[in-house]
Design a protein around this ligand. Sequence first.
Ligand code: TNX
Length: 540
Amino acid sequence: MTELIPAPRSAVAGSGEVRLTRHSRLYADPATEGVGHWLSAALRQATGLPLREGRELDEAEGGIGLQLDPGLGPEEYRLVSDHFGVLIEGGDAAGVFWGAQTLRQLLGPDAYRRAPLDRDRVWSVPYLRIEDAPRFRWRGLMLDVARHFTPKEGVLRHLDLMAAHKLNVFHFHLTDDQGWRIEIERHPRLTEIGSWRARTKTGHRASPLWEDKPHGGYYTQDDIREIVAYAAERHITVVPEIDVPGHSQAAIAAYPELGNTDVIDTTALSVWDTWGINPNVLAPTDNTLRFYEGVFEEVLRLFPSEFVHIGGDECPKDQWRHSETAQARIRELGLADEDELQSWFIGHFDTWLAARGRRLIGWDEILEGGLAKGAAVSSWRGYAGGIAAARAGHDVVMCPEQQVYLDHRQDPGPEEPVPIGWVRTLEDVYRFEPVPPELTPEEARHVLGTQANLWTEVMEDPARVDYQAFPRLAAFAEVAWSALPAPAERDFAEFQRRMTAHYRRLDALGVAYRPPAGPLPWQRRPGVLGRPKDGPPPSR
Ligand code: TNX
C-alpha cells in the first residue's frame, strides 16, 4: 500500500483519499508552528497550492492539521488520513516533523520538487492510519568536509536529505590533516593557512596521480550558525568534531608551535596533500591545551549540542616517544606510556567539557588507556570498541567500518568507480544490526544508536558523495529507524520493492545515486585510484 522508507511501525489502509486543493488549509498548533512553516514551504513549492494557514483544527478540513498528543513518546507520531483531512500528531514537535516527512512520501515523488511540474494536477493522500516511532534516538550521518570541502549549500542539502530519511544527528567532521574548515576568531591562521592545500592525491594514497590544483574552503561562524539553525528546523542536532591529538596537520601547518617542535621542524609542514595516518600529531603541552580550549570555547558558542566530538582516532605515538617534552610530561604525570598520555589529553577535554555542561564523544581509540566516566564512544573499528564501552557503562554510537563506511565500494565488480575498502552492498547495509547479540539488555541500553560515515578522500565532488551515499543511506535509515527483525530474517526483496518508489523520490530530489544496475560510464574512475581486492580500506 504505502511504499514508505524507512518503514513505519504500523500502517493500516482505509478506502478513499484526501485531496489537497486551493481551499485546503494547514493548521499547526503553537507547539508545532515550526513544523507547519517547514511543511507549508515544502508543499507550496512542490504543488503551487496556497495552503493557507488555518486558525483552528476544524478549518483544516480537507487539509492538514498538526498538533501534539501528550500520550505519545519522544519523536513518536500518528498520521491519520480520512474524510476530515490529514492529521499528524506527535509526542513532540520532532515527532510531528517525522510525520510531515511521511506525508511528503505519501504525496508521491513530485512532492520533493522545488516547483510544480503541472499546476492542475490533483494531489491526494490515501486514507490510512500510521503509527510510528524510531528504534534509536541517535540516527546519524557523518560528513567529512576536511578531505574534500562541501560548500555551505551542499551541507544544507545533506540536512534536507537526512530529514527526508528521518535521520537526526549530523556529525560534522570539521578538521583533519588535509584541511581546517571552521573559522575560529582568536586563531585566524587556522583558516587563513589551514583551509587550503596546494594539491591533492587522486584516489588511494598509493596512487601515482596528483591533482595539481589548490583545494579548500571553510565556513564562517555565521555560516555555522545558519547550518545549525537550518538543522534545528529539521529536528537534526549538529555534533561538531574537532579532531585531536592526531589528524591535526592542518592546524600545525597554521600554528607550528602546536606540533612536536623538539622532534621535527614543524615550520616546514604544510596542509597535507595525501591520505593515510599522519605522524605529525599535537604536542601534549600546556600551550596546546590552552589553544584548543580557545577553539572549543568558540565551538561551544556555535553548537548547542549535548555532545562534542573530539576525534581521538589514529594518533601515532612515534613523535611523543622521541619528544623530550612529551616524555617529561609522562614522568611528571606518573603515566605508564604514550597511550596513557593520549588518555590524559582526552581526559583533560572531558573534564573541561563536563564543567561546561557538555559531554565528550570520541572514536573508539579513546578507550585505550582508560576513559572518563561520562564520555561516549563512536565504535568504528568493528563492534569490539562499542561492546567494551557499553560493558564499562559508556554510551555508544555504533558505526563499524566493515558495515556502514559509505566510502567503501558497494559492488565487487571491477567497474566500481571507487574500488576501495570492504564491499558493502545495499543488502549488506540493510542487514546491518547496530546492537551486537553479545550485549545484555542492560548493556544494550548504552547503544544510543547508529551512524553512517562519509569519509571523502575518494569523493572529490558532490556527485561522488551522492553515489557513495545512495541508495545505501536509505537502507541505513531503515536500520536506524524501523523495528526490523534479526538480520537474517529481514525481507530485502520487500525493501527493494519499496526502493523502486524511493528511487523516484531521489530523482526528484536530484540525488546522483548509484543506479541499481551499476555505474554509468561517466561515473567510473580508472582502477589505479584504488585497490581492486577486498580488504581493509587502503585509504589509511
Ligand atoms: C579511518 S574512522 C578514519 C578516517 C578515514 C577513514 C577511511 C576514523 C576515526 N578514521 O580518517 O577517512 O578510515 O575509511
